[in-house]
Design a protein around this ligand. Structure first.
Ligand code: SF4
Ligand code: FES
Length: 248
């Protein structure tokens, strides 16, 4: 395949960025999108030019770091996959592919296609944990009966990989799908009840302080989420928040 890549280049957080065109040829349709960027970077290094910085780690849809906005969509045109799971056969020979970083005030660009997603870490630190009795009287989680539906929904919420595609695809840069998933995975289980009130209040407070926008029920986040996290998690978080506010 022969392609033209239009890539956002930005030296650092304070520099002015711009789109730069890179023609690339002999790309196999079976390559992953990140392998294609590896080929480009090898060529740039051989020419003595600065390679394109982009985030990646597991390259198998688990870590959530490969945050790229491709042809106007978070993680590209396919559904329920991350950028590292996207293959070049999705594109046509001769196509121009536009590659940008996530765009959100709370995710500032560090360099080229890499953004700072530490705001998500701070939200997790505010409440994304449970307390467990480790005094020797610990109850084995498998001995606590949990409704199948609750267990399934908690598991589904826990599959959120913190990639930030929900924020990038939202016109308000809202993080409510991410926070809804993180609140839900504990709200549905008995183990999550100890800190339930503080958790939702603290995580939502941190989310607001980080500069994420509010949810206006557009639903773009659910469509672009590579893990299929449902909007029901936002509704559950809102119920948890209301109930915690009344208690508080
Ligand atoms: S809710 Fe989906 S899109 Fe948002 S961070 Fe989690 S996995 Fe990524
Ligand atoms: S590199 Fe880990 S999810 Fe893509």
């Amino acid at each position: 395949m022969n392609l033209t890549l239009k890539i956002w280049r930005q030296k650092n957080a304070n520099a002015k960025g711009k789109m730069v065109d890179y023609p690339i040829s002999n790309i196999s349709p079976d390559m992953s999108f990140l392998e294609m960027l590896d080929v480009l970077n090898n060529e740039l290094i051989e020419k003595g030019e600065e390679p394109v910085s982009f985030d990646h780690d597991c390259r198998e849809g688990i870590c959530g770091s490969c945050s790229l906005y491709i042809n106007g969509e978070a993680h590209g045109p396919d559904r329920l996959i991350t950028t590292c799971q996207l293959h070049m056969r999705t594109f046509k020979d001769g196509e121009t592919i536009v590659i940008e970083p996530w765009r959100a005030k709370a995710f500032p660009v560090i360099k080229d296609l890499i953004v700072d997603r530490s705001a998500f870490d701070r939200i997790q630190h505010a409440g994304g944990f449970i307390s467990v009795n480790t005094s020797g009287n610990t109850i084995d989680a498998n001995t606590i009966p949990i409704e199948k539906e609750d267990a399934d929904n908690a598991f589904m919420a826990a599959t959120c990989i913190g990639c930030g595609a929900c924020v990038a695809s939202c016109k308000n840069s809202s993080a409510m799908l991410f926070v809804g998933a993180k609140v839900s995975q504990f709200a549905l289980l008995p183990q999550g009840q100890v800190e339930a009130t503080d958790r939702v209040l603290n995580m939502v407070k941190q989310m607001d302080e980080e500069g994420f926008g509010n949810c206006t029920n557009t639903g773009a986040c659910e469509v672009e989420c590579p893990k299929g996290i449902s909007l029901e998690n936002i509704a559950r978080m809102n119920r948890e928040y209301l109930s915690a506010s009344l208690k508080g």
